[in-house]
Write a protein that binds this ligand. Structure first.
Ligand SMILES: NC(=O)c1ccc[n+]([C@@H]2O[C@H](COP(=O)([O-])OP(=O)(O)OC[C@H]3O[C@@H](n4cnc5c(N)ncnc54)[C@H](O)[C@@H]3O)[C@@H](O)[C@H]2O)c1
Length: 292
């Protein structure tokens, strides 16, 4: 199967580093499309949680008729969870989906650059961090690229493909073809803080949080205004809960530092909520409650 899926791109095995919200979604999508996936995180507990989330999400797809029941177990069997980063050595492409902190990603990029074969591509699912700076941590800057998936990965069609300063045309073409191969629509952008998606989205979420903090409106009212007035499928605060309020604050920090502009300063309400462990959907509480 891995040979068949490798046609056009020479990519049959995918390494995914970080098995949280995004890493598990990315593993799901590649395994469903027939790729072998090496899924790595720092603790077995996190990997176990990721595999059960993927199993549940594949089941949900089967229930909707998007996948045959008989394809669930073979897809899961293609995912090899590991806490040993060295096990990613035979990946043709590694996608880093760890926390949105430059130091965390830089350390992973340096390690993967040592572990992976010479031809392998190193991609980051970063929401905002410079691809050029990550590439500079490696000896393969031409093979470093941004592959920005959207949440929930099995559902959302877009992949923002981010060209770093040194990304080669060959790397870009292989990653673009790969995105199409797994049913996604790649859209090319150049490297700048937040790329396009989060440069535009995060100020919206931040202003919505300010409106709540200043007592202008409740979260429900803010979200209703965007759903009914602007035809957004969900309001900005529901979306912030889905993304993770910690991830939003981290992205705003990258925008503020990257542009040197205080207009991106994270709303104190967002910062306080993160400090209190209210991270949104993943912690059970954010602007809304998700406790069962
Ligand atoms: N949440 C979203 O909606 C969204 C959307 C697009 C992109 N992203 C980006 O994807 C990345 C991951 O975000 P997430 O929401 O999945 O975060 P998350 O907190 O759910 O998961 C991050 C995972 O990375 C793991 N990790 C941290 N350091 C590691 C290391 N050194 N080696 C291996 N694993 C490590 C953590 O244990 C955790 O499981 C971030 O860069 C984020 O900006 C997030």
């Amino acid at each position: 199967m891995a040979d068949a899926v490798a046609a056009n791109t020479n990519i049959g095995t995918i390494g995914v580093v970080g098995a949280g919200t995004m890493g598990s979604g990315i593993a799901h999508v590649f395994a469903r499309a027939g790729f072998r996936v090496l899924l790595c995180d720092v603790e077995q507990r996190i990997l176990d949680r990721a595999i059960s989330a993927i199993r549940a999400n594949l089941g949900r797809e089967a229930a909707k008729g998007k996948l045959a029941e008989g394809e669930i177990e073979p897809a899961l069997a293609r995912i090899l969870p590991t806490i040993d980063r060295d096990a990613l050595g035979d990946a043709d492409l590694a996608i880093e989906a760890a926390s949105e902190r430059f130091e965390v990603k830089a350390e992973i990029f340096r390690a993967l650059d040592r572990i992976l074969t010479q031809d392998a591509i190193l991609a980051s699912n970063t929401s905002s961090i410079s691809i050029r700076r990550l590439a500079a941590e490696t000896r393969r800057p031409g093979q470093v690229i941004g592959m920005h998936f959207f949440n929930p990965v099995p559902v959302m069609a877009l992949v923002e493909v981010v060209r770093g300063q040194a990304t080669s045309d060959a790397t870009f073409a292989r990653v673009e073809a790969l995105a199409v191969r797994v049913g996604k629509t790649p859209v090319a952008v150049n490297d700048a803080p937040g790329f396009v998606s989060n440069r535009v989205l995060m100020p919206l979420i931040n202003e919505a949080a300010f409106a709540v903090m200043e007592g202008v409106a409740t979260p429900e009212a803010v979200d209703q205004i965007f759903k009914l007035g602007m035809a957004h499928p969900m309001g900005p605060l529901t979306l912030a809960d889905l993304i993770g309020l910690d991830v939003c604050v981290d992205i705003l920090k990258v925008l503020e530092d990257g542009f040197g502009d205080a207009k991106y300063r994270a709303c104190p309400l967002l910062v306080e909520m993160v400090e209190a462990g209210k991270l949104g959907r993943k912690s059970g509480l954010g602007f809304y409650s998700y406790e069962k």
